[in-house]
Design a protein around this ligand. Structure first.
Ligand SMILES: NC(=O)c1ccc[n+]([C@@H]2O[C@H](COP(=O)([O-])OP(=O)(O)OC[C@H]3O[C@@H](n4cnc5c(N)ncnc54)[C@H](O)[C@@H]3O)[C@@H](O)[C@H]2O)c1
Length: 277
């Protein structure tokens, strides 16, 4: 019988990075609704504190950069002292990171730090303890951009592909040793990231194209809809969690004829660049 979502999360301890807003805030709320204890972590301590206060005694908040190993150590220590050993780590914090070849080294570094290296550093700190306990679960919020691409943003595409690659490797390497891994790959979700976070200061035009690409590719879901799909997918032990199920067919199309898929993506980009033609 399928394990119910509440059975999976009730009484368990979770850390959610980027928990102060958007998908992370919805994940934190839904985890608590299912009886989990949550450390709501965000770069912005005020938004994290607000989400934790709204949840109540089942949550505590913590500020800091999710890509900083010292901050991650602190998050783990906070979870342990407040609730107990970490059962679930939601590596959810993410940023847009830049546009095309004009992306600066600083934009590339920021995207790779937050969207990829943050996951690697968290796993490095958590997996040894999970192996010793024989259990633990890592949830990577990547993106459909990590399976397909993100028109208008090379740093986002590359850093999300890397996040998917790392999650795959983690699952293959540790999946038979008690460690669960899920990789969440949504298309559009109605959050600040999709409203303005994809627009870099040095190339607003590419940022707007990126947003239009996401919005015209499929339905823009609410963060709560995504959170529910994620928790159901984790409860089922699914590696690939697709809040927009049509992404699976897009990914199959890419795999079955890569050149055809690239030509199609060029045509899609051209329609976004020249909407009237
Ligand atoms: N919104 C979408 O359309 C969409 C689609 C696919 C994937 N995603 C991914 O979902 C995740 C959540 O994004 P969202 O849409 O909820 O965005 P959001 O901007 O609404 O929320 C992201 C949160 O992460 C925090 N954050 C940013 N950098 C951080 C850091 N270094 N350390 C800690 N916290 C940090 C922000 O302060 C913010 O509260 C991201 O990884 C994003 O790439 C979003």
């Amino acid at each position: 019988m399928e394990t119910s979502v509440t059975e999976t999360f009730a009484g368990r301890t979770a850390i959610v990075t980027g928990g102060g807003a958007g998908i992370g805030a919805a994940l934190a709320h839904r985890l608590a609704d299912h009886g989990a204890k949550v450390v709501v972590a965000d770069l912005d301590p005020a938004t994290a504190a607000k989400v934790a206060a709204d949840i109540g005694p089942a949550a505590v908040s913590a500020g800091g950069d999710a890509a900083d190993a010292g901050v991650i150590e602190q998050l783990i220590a906070t979870a342990e002292s407040s609730f107990g050993p970490v059962d679930f780590y939601f590596a959810n914090a993410g940023i847009g990171g830049g546009a095309g070849l004009d992306s600066t080294d600083a934009q590339w570094s920021a995207a790779l730090e937050v969207n990829t290296l943050a996951h690697i550093r968290a796993a490095r700190l958590l997996v040894p303890g999970w192996l010793a306990r024989g259990a633990g679960y890592f949830v990577s919020t990547a993106s459909a951009a990590g399976l397909l691409t993100q028109l208008g943003s090379a740093p986002y595409s590359v850093s999300k592909h890397a996040a998917v690659g790392f999650a795959e490797w983690l699952s293959i390497t540790y999946g038979d040793k008690g460690i669960g891994v899920s990789c969440v790959c949504p298309m559009g979700v109605d959050t600040a990231l999709l409203r303005e976070g994809m627009i870099p200061e040095n190339n607003a035009e590419a940022g707007r194209l990126a947003i239009n690409a996401v919005k015209s590719a499929g339905t823009v879901l609410s963060p709560e809809e995504v959170a529910d799909t994620v928790l159901a997918g984790v409860a089922a032990g699914d590696f690939l969690i697709l809040p927009h199920p049509e992404v699976l067919q897009m990914y199959r199309n890419k795999g079955s004829d890569y050149d055809r898929w690239i030509r199609g993506m060029r045509r899609f980009q051209a329609t976004l660049e020249n909407p009237g033609s």
